[in-house]
Design a protein around this ligand. Structure first.
Ligand code: ACO
Length: 432
């Protein structure tokens, strides 16, 4: 008989099956607990709750391991591209050259937006945040593809997912151009994914952007490193929406909203704002570190800490190396990089951060690379969203392919007023 856990409540013992993952992770299966005992479990912030079984991404936060479909992130960062890794995440295996060409062709065929979509961009005020535009326009794009509304069908998934992955980059670049009062630049089919994005961001109608291979590689690497990260806030949001059988674009639009917050994808923007502030104030970082340790200050060392990693985030290691490389090759001396390195050094030797196992996360250095290649700060989280799209698509596919997936619907422990009665308005006092 397989391993079981025992839970005793009020003298009655409940047997709970133990589920073991392929990397020997153990979980207590409580799916029948309420039915059998009337009890639910309570797990604020879900730190101890596995919401699903998934075969996409593996993280060992204690050892600092991240693998996409079993392949270490370090190998992919060195040898793969964003689009090849996207294929790996979505379809579960590295593509053959024929499969990669087909995938790439599908992305090219779907890179344009419907011409009428241009008018939607006109409706946003000039200073609208591009994350708001991105999420609205992903949803708007779905209206131009009515077959999406038919829901998930294995026969149309390939095109729908390529459509989303390709268009999201066009939408992002258009959003940037509009918000800076610049003319929209259409994609060019001769360019690969990341080059095409840079072209749409930075070319002008009278002059093509000079695509430097090291800049293309740096941005491609940022996309690749963000491509999936198992059940984080935005991916769980995507799965939550997908569980109601909403269409792929609706799920991705929801994922963008969840990603926007400064405790999640918005942290890359918050890190640069923090470094700029430290620079402006002439602080060497020590005042900021003291404030971040003081809970009353309301400050945190942005780009530090992670729910899962209690060790150096492997993505941060790769990004830090890339940061030094790109700044050197572009001959940029960014004072923010020096401040970031000093902050990291100070935090890694400070007992507050050491005891809590707070290390730099993926957002700590990524913003410095993006600044160096000319991406404006308000676009940082958009870049993260483009990168995370394959992970969301893979999770969407996984949930849709699973015949037994039920709608996600957590319970709660109610702590509000017990039954009371409706008072007519003339009898009410304040707060009654
Ligand atoms: N600066 C200062 N203290 C911190 C930080 C930080 N960046 N992160 C965590 N702590 C402290 C907490 O206050 C807590 O202290 P306590 O034990 O005295 O109460 C302790 O470390 C444990 O932290 P939790 O709040 O339990 O961590 P949690 O897992 O809930 O949150 C999170 C993780 C949101 C990433 C947090 O570390 C944080 O806010 N970091 C800064 C924002 C950030 O960089 N976000 C990006 C995360 S990566 C990503 O989404 C791509």
């Amino acid at each position: 008989m397989s391993e079981q856990a025992k839970l005793e409540i009020g003298g009655k013992v409940y047997q709970l099956p133990i589920v073991v993952g392929t990397e020997d992770e153990h979980a207590v299966d409580i799916s029948k607990l309420r039915q059998e005992s009337g009890y639910i479990t309570l797990d604020d912030g879900y730190s101890n709750t596995g919401s699903c079984s998934s075969a996409i991404t593996f993280i060992d936060g204690e050892k600092g391991i991240l693998r996409y479909r079993g392949i270490p992130i370090e190998e992919l960062a060195e040898k793969s591209t964003f689009i090849e890794s996207a294929y790996l995440l979505i379809y579960g295996h590295l593509p053959t050259s024929l499969e990669l060409r087909r995938f790439s062709d599908l992305l090219t065929q779907n890179e344009m937006l419907h011409e009428d979509m241009k008018f939607h961009f006109e409706g946003f005020p000039p200073n609208a945040h591009p994350m708001a535009i991105l999420s609205s326009m992903i949803n708007a794009a779905s209206c131009f593809h009515p077959r999406l509304m038919e829901g998930y069908q294995p026969g149309n998934f390939e095109v729908q997912s390529a459509r989303l992955l390709s268009k999201v980059r066009t939408i992002a670049a258009f959003a940037y151009r509009k918000s800076h009062g610049l003319p929209i630049i259409y994609p060019k089919p001769i360019y690969k994914y990341t080059s095409n994005f840079l072209h749409m961001m930075f070319s002008e109608p009278y002059e093509d952007y000079n695509l430097k291979p090291e800049v293309v590689r740096a941005l491609d690497l940022i996309f690749l490193l963000h491509a999936d990260h198992e059940q984080n806030c935005s991916t769980s949001t995507v799965r939550m929406i997908a569980s109601s059988r909403a269409n792929l674009f609706a799920c991705a639009a929801g994922g963008v909203c969840a990603l926007w917050g400064p405790l999640h994808g918005g942290a890359n923007q918050a890190v640069i704002e923090m470094l700029e502030q430290i620079h402006r104030e002439g602080d060497d970082g020590s005042k900021f570190i003291e404030a971040a340790k003081d809970k009353k200050s309301g400050r945190k060392l942005m780009g530090f800490g992670h729910r899962v990693y209690k060790n150096y985030d492997p993505r941060a290691k790769i990004i830090k190396q890339q940061c030094d490389k790109i700044l050197e090759s572009l001959h940029i001396n960014d004072p923010l990089l020096d401040i970031a390195k000093k902050l990291e050094e100070a935090a890694l030797h400070d007992s507050y951060f050491v005891e809590r196992k707070l290390y730099p996360n993926v957002d700590f250095y990524s913003g410095i690379i993006m600044r160096a290649i000319g991406i404006p700060i308000e676009m940082f989280t958009v870049i993260f969203a483009i990168g995370r799209m394959p992970g969301w698509i893979a999770n969407y596919k996984e949930i849709m392919d699973e015949a037994t997936t039920r709608i996600y619907r957590p319970r709660q422990v109610y702590v509000g007023p017990t039954e009371r009665h409706y008072l007519p308005i003339e009898k009410r006092t304040k707060n009654a």
